[in-house]
Structure formats: structure tokens, C-alpha cells
Design a protein around this ligand. Structure first.
Ligand code: ATP
Length: 299
């Protein structure tokens, strides 16, 4: 449904996004992750039709996005820094959104007042930073977008509000197949939200996968042997990282859990556990593979 093919975007000769292709399915939540300056915001702005790419193809339902007024009425982009016209109340902003977005749903706007519990007569610029972000979601979700593009969306929101908003997002995806593209540095936050992730570094996508597949491809194991690590133990294991903690070894290993377990059990370990690997750890390993690393990441 959303086609992002070989997108390239430069600023005065600097290539911020270089030949990026993404595979985003309708009704999915796609997490765009990456290092600082990787080009995520630039790519999101290209996808929202704000920037014109230098080359490549970007279309939604086979229609190009850039300068496509009709299509843009179905897309909402929530930037990392929000802008509201000064002195505008929530009610006035709602009227403006209503005039811009034909799918505006007044009933939903009124219903969401119970979720956000902010008076609609309030001037938005006088609200706190987190409350302004709530208003941005309130307005965005009332336009019933088909595509919601979110750049660091949950920054500044308290834990309860983050969960409420995540529930609302999941509800829209489940009930009416809204597609979400979300960029965030808070990997724990997006981990339970996204079904696919793409990791960007220096303008390119270094990995793109279904999150479950990504997790089933890499495992963290902890093992200990009575008489130390057997000589051939590491031979058939694809170890990405290892750490020694007393007599216990921690390994990050690429491969299927079943194969890794049967290999380890052959060597009769005194202790053997497969531990859950977080998205944050996977991210750090993938970044390490491209030379962007820190040490001692196992927690
Ligand atoms: N309008 C612009 N003019 C010139 N350079 C820009 C512009 N916007 C972005 N860049 C450059 O493009 C690169 C990618 O920036 P971008 O904001 O897309 O990264 P990002 O992945 O969102 O980073 P972060 O995670 O730090 O927010 C950076 O080197 C940035 O300086």
C-alpha cells in the first residue's frame, strides 16, 4: 500500500537519505529506528509529502504523495516539535482540522475529551508541553487518518498517558486498518507496538524485518560448565558477542533457538538459560555490526 522505493534526499549536496526502500503493509505499525542524524525525520517528511525526494518513488495506494492534496487529507504527520497558532483554543484548532480533513469525526473528537480531560476552551500554547502533545494526538486521531506518521511521538507524556495513547493507536489499527510509521529512540516503548522495524544508519537502511523474525533470529544465552567451556563449544555457534561473569558466560548468538539449545545441551552445561533479547539489544548489535558500538551492553 505504501511504496517507498530507492528514495534519495539531499540538502545542499549532503545526502541525508540514500537509496532507501521500505516495505510497509496497510494496517501495520512500522518502527523506523536509527542513530542520531541517520535520516529518519527527513525520510518521514518525504513520506508525509513535505519534502520532495531528489529521486525514487513514494506512493500510497499507487498515487504519488508529493503535492497530492487529496491524498494528504488522509495522512497526518506529527512532528517531534509541535506547532500551534498562537492564541488558538482546542475548539478553534478542531474547527480548522475539520475544514482541512474531510474524514473529521466530531463524535470521536468529543469522545476523546474523556480520554484527555483537557477543557476544549483552553488556549493550546498555554498548556504544558505534555498536554500540547496530547492535544496533537486528540486532533490527529479525530481526523481518522489512513496513515499516521509519528516522529518521536510519546516524548514528554507521562506513563499513564503513553499507555492510553498506545491503546488508541492499536485500536485504530485493529478496527480500521490505519497504518502507522513511528520513529523513536525509546525502543522499549515501540517494542510492544511495532510489527515491523527498519533500522537506519547514515542515510541507509541497514536492516528491515518483522520484529518477531528479528527476535527469533538472535538469542541471548547464559551457560556455565563444571570444568570450564569445552574446547569445541563455540565452533558451530555464530556468536555476535560474549561476556564472562565469574563462571557464567553470556553469549549473543545468531540462529534458531531450537538449534542453539540442542548444540548447547550436547556439551552438558551445569547451567543453561535462554534469556529474552530486547529490541534495544538487537538495535545495539545491528549498529555494532556497522561500526557504531558501545561496550558491555548486556544487562
Ligand atoms: N533542512 C535541512 N537542511 C540541511 N540539512 C539537514 C536538514 N534536515 C536534516 N538535515 C541533515 O540530514 C541529516 C539527517 O537528519 P534527520 O533529522 O533526518 O536525522 P534523524 O535520524 O531524524 O536524527 P535524530 O535521531 O537525531 O533526530 C543530518 O545530518 C541533518 O543535519
Amino acid at each position: 500500500m505504501i511504496k517507498v522505493s530507492n528514495i534519495q534526499k539531499s540538502f545542499e549536496g549532503y545526502e541525508a537519505v540514500n537509496d532507501v526502500s521500505l516495505h510497509i503493509h496497510k494496517g501495520s505499525i512500522y518502527g523506523l529506528l536509527g542513530s542520531n542524524g541517520a535520516g529518519k525525520t527527513t525520510l518521514l517528511k518525504v513520506m508525509a509529502g513535505i519534502y520532495k525526494p531528489n529521486s525514487g518513488e513514494l506512493s500510497i495506494d499507487n498515487e504519488p504523495v508529493f503535492e497530492n492534496v487529496k491524498l494528504k487529507k488522509r495522512i497526518i504527520f506529527l512532528a517531534d516539535s509541535l506547532f500551534f497558532y498562537p492564541n488558538t483554543t482546542i475548539n478553534q484548532a478542531a474547527q480548522f482540522y475539520q475544514s482541512m480533513y474531510p474524514a473529521w469525526n466530531e463524535k470521536r473528537f468529543n469522545m476523546l475529551e474523556n480520554v484527555f480531560q483537557i477543557e476544549k476552551s483552553k488556549k493550546i500554547h498555554r498548556l504544558s508541553k505534555g498536554m500540547q502533545r496530547q492535544v496533537a494526538f486528540w486532533l490527529a486521531l479525530s481526523t481518522m487518518p489512513d496513515v499516521l506518521i509519528l516522529d518521536e511521538p510519546l516524548d514528554g507524556l507521562d506513563a499513564v498517558m503513553r499507555q492510553k495513547i498506545k491503546n488508541l493507536l492499536i485500536q485504530d489499527v485493529a478496527e480500521r486498518e490505519m497504518t502507522i510509521i513511528i520513529s523513536s529512540h525509546n525502543l522499549r516503548e515501540v517494542e510492544d507496538l511495532c510489527d515491523n522495524v527498519g533500522i537506519m544508519h547514515r542515510g541507509t537502511i541497514i536492516i528491515e524485518k518483522d520484529l518477531d523474525d528479528l527476535k527469533s533470529d538472535v538469542h541471548k544465552i547464559q551457560v556455565a560448565f563444571k570444568d570450564g567451556v569445552p574446547p569445541n563449544f563455540l565452533k558451530d555457534l555464530s556468536v555476535l558477542y560474549q561476556e564472562e561473569r565469574g563462571s557464567v558466560r553470556l553469549y549473543i548468538v545468531r540462529g534458531k533457538e531450537k538449534d542453539i539449545s540442542s548444540h548447547v545441551l550436547q556439551h552438558k552445561p551445569a547451567i543453561f538459560d535462554v534469556l529474552p533479547l530486547t529490541l534495544e539489544e538487537i538495535f545495539i548489535y545491528e549498529m555494532r555490526d556497522v561500526g557504531y558500538e558501545i561496550e558491555n551492553i548486556i544487562v
